[in-house]
Write a protein that binds this ligand. Sequence first.
Ligand SMILES: Cc1cc2nc3c(=O)[nH]c(=O)nc-3n(C[C@H](O)[C@H](O)[C@H](O)COP(=O)(O)OP(=O)(O)OC[C@H]3O[C@@H](n4cnc5c(N)ncnc54)[C@H](O)[C@@H]3O)c2cc1C
Length: 434
Amino acid sequence: MNTLRPGQDGYAEEVAGFQTAVPSSPAVVVPAESAEDVAAAVRYAAEHGLPVAVQSTGHGLTAGTDGLLISTRRMTGVEIDAAARTARVEAGARWGAVIEAAGEHGLAPLSGSSPDVGVVGYTLAGGFGLMARRYGRAADHVRALDVVTADGELHRVEPGSDLFWALRGGRDSFGVVTAMEFDLFPVSHLYGGGLYFAPEDVPAALRAWRTWSAAAPDALTTSLAMVEYPDLPVLPAPLRGRHIAQIRVAYLGEDGDELVAPLRAAAPVLMDTLKVMPFTESGSIAAEPRQPHGYHGTNATVSQLNDAMLDAVVEHAGPGAATPPVLIIDRLGGALARPAAVTGVGWDSSAEFVVRALSLVGDGGVAAVRTAHAKLFDALAPWTTGRLLPFVYGEHAAIEGVHPAADLRRLGELKRRYDVRSTFRALGPEAKAR
Ligand SMILES: Cc1cc2nc3c(=O)[nH]c(=O)nc-3n(C[C@H](O)[C@H](O)[C@H](O)COP(=O)(O)OP(=O)(O)OC[C@H]3O[C@@H](n4cnc5c(N)ncnc54)[C@H](O)[C@@H]3O)c2cc1C
């Protein structure tokens, strides 16, 4: 087992992740290459009384650590079993690698908007993907997890085991997952992309999308983003320096153009990227930034999206708002509203939408971002039903407030059984072992 300590060559590179607004200064970093390295690292931490954190890509960092950091970025193995329609990946694999490998067999995973996100961190947080309304959460399609628990032992856990339940939603509170097996789906192409609308048409686009998506078939997963683009030559000309609405579409049917016709007629379309594409190009639908940066974000699941809520969204996050975040509203329902075959921790299946806000952390720091976001989420509070773990960015105690009380109590009991010393510190106080 290799280790890196502050000041050593490679330490800073190993600690750095996609998210740059969560500073971390671990006493020891273990650049793990295998499950055995992970197990040795956990035992080393126990011997030295160090808390353990794990990092793959750094897209979802919630807190820095001063303890021992296990870096899984070298554990990138991906195996596809085309006949069984499953994949087995190591802890550091990114979605892009699975999409490519599965695509060779006409299969696709339940990946999300960005191919750069880590498969394991994404799935353990629930995993809300491009085909979520058709197939449900990625966490609901996990077959098995290899996990190193606080005692440094490697276990394989499957449906029926308490740990299998707790890890899918409890994320890094119970151990370090070293490998994961999960379902793939017979999808080679989809109809996807975006329709972009000018600032003055944002309110009309919001209302049209709300009405249109209410009748959506499960084969359609869709969201609406509001983004203020900087005036940069690298951006497509129609978007430069404008605060636009982007309707994102991922559809598994043959009649995509017919389906989106009401949206194309709702207001003049600035830019239209909708087309039939191979699933391997699905990262182009949201076209998210790929450069590391500092951001902070939260979300609310809501039971409806009435006119008062849409007005609040435009006021606090639309063109002309004082400090607008990137705002994304996802239409839930479909398979997400139906019980999963093997449930995991917490999932608000009754919510109709999730409203997410994400802002760059600027000179005012995280406090300024929180204040700006609070205005929006306070206005949505009467209809808010919960908060989704994957879309909480940069919060220290991310798991608090994202799971129902009953799940938190069960997580607390399991914490006392599997991690009595709270070696893995991710859980909030309600569910800490002591
Ligand atoms: C640009 C972008 C796009 C996104 N798109 C989507 C989307 O479409 N759908 C969606 O659901 N989410 C999405 N997310 C959220 C993303 O799924 C979460 O942030 C996820 O936790 C990232 O996992 P990671 O491993 O890449 O990041 P990391 O920051 O490395 O890890 C995130 C968390 O997972 C834990 N973790 C990582 N590996 C392990 C392991 N092996 N064992 C135990 N715990 C582990 C870490 O400790 C940490 O708490 C997106 C995030 C970004 C920044």
